[in-house]
Write a protein that binds this ligand. Sequence first.
Ligand SMILES: Nc1ncnc2c1ncn2[C@@H]1O[C@H](COP(=O)(O)OP(=O)(O)OP(=O)(O)O)[C@@H](O)[C@H]1O
Ligand SMILES: [Mg+2]
Length: 290
Amino acid sequence: MNAVLTVEDFSVDYLVDPVVHAVRNVSFQLERGEVLGLAGESGCGKTTLAYGLVRLLKPPAAITSGHAVFHAADGDVDWNQLHAEELRANRWDRISMVFQGAMNSLNPVISILDQMEDIFTTHRPSLSRRARRQKCGELLERVGVPAARLHSYPHQLSGGMRQRVMIAMAMALEPQIMIMDEPTTALDVVVQREILREISRLRDELGFAVIFITHDLPLLLEISDRIAVMRSGEIVELDNAYTLYTNPSHDYTRQLLASFPSLTGDRGSFVRGAMDDRLLALDAIEGSTA
Ligand SMILES: Nc1ncnc2c1ncn2[C@@H]1O[C@H](COP(=O)(O)OP(=O)(O)OP(=O)(O)O)[C@@H](O)[C@H]1O
Ligand SMILES: [Mg+2]
């Protein structure tokens, strides 16, 4: 085990009347370089958990128990102990997040270059303007968007391109953990797969760990090393993707699997291997992500 993040007894409430216990006593470890899928039906607390982990929750949300400890090369960092300023500094540097519906969160009146450059101006103030621009161009190319697009405005890009820009921005500071909350749900299947392949390639190249959130279980089975199944704020099962698929131990996981008809067919078609192999091997269940 070589964990990059340890989450222990983590709980989040929304302090409304009646109180919503959105995340309940969640514990897990994220390994360096792994893709951990987080599945579960709408409203089970996936986004709340993600926001809680990066401490982006706002009232009425409150963390009511637990820790999230980041195991950095220079020592452990307990996120609950950080002050606002330290959080800001650490957040995109060590852990970054692609938000649910992120592609609509780009500022429409600011060019892609200016929005991307802003990350470096804030977090890497010693970089020259020239170096910043070069980095922005490289980042875009990395996610498959021509660098010439730097001068575009968001409305001049397709949804898929905007989503890639958001992923590029999340990678900008080379974090060790990227949390992706439904990063491709709004996109068509072809673009979705292209982006997933891209994430897979970049993960291999850069070695970051990913927490990948979606209610799309077939998709998670393809791309995840391990999968956590969440229900009513709790993680009810966490296992490697193959075991979870072939031999789910929790009733709810079985129900969830059964709710995707394409998954109930020939289980022999599930071949465990590198993420890219899985993307190919699982073409048999492709229809389910449409
Ligand atoms: N601001 C809020 N105030 C009160 N309750 C909230 C608030 N935001 C979320 N909730 C509740 O917290 C629970 C978890 O919501 P959350 O958005 O984390 O679910 P999710 O698993 O991400 O769902 P989805 O798959 O639809 O994105 C839900 O019951 C939701 O209604
Ligand atoms: Mg959500």
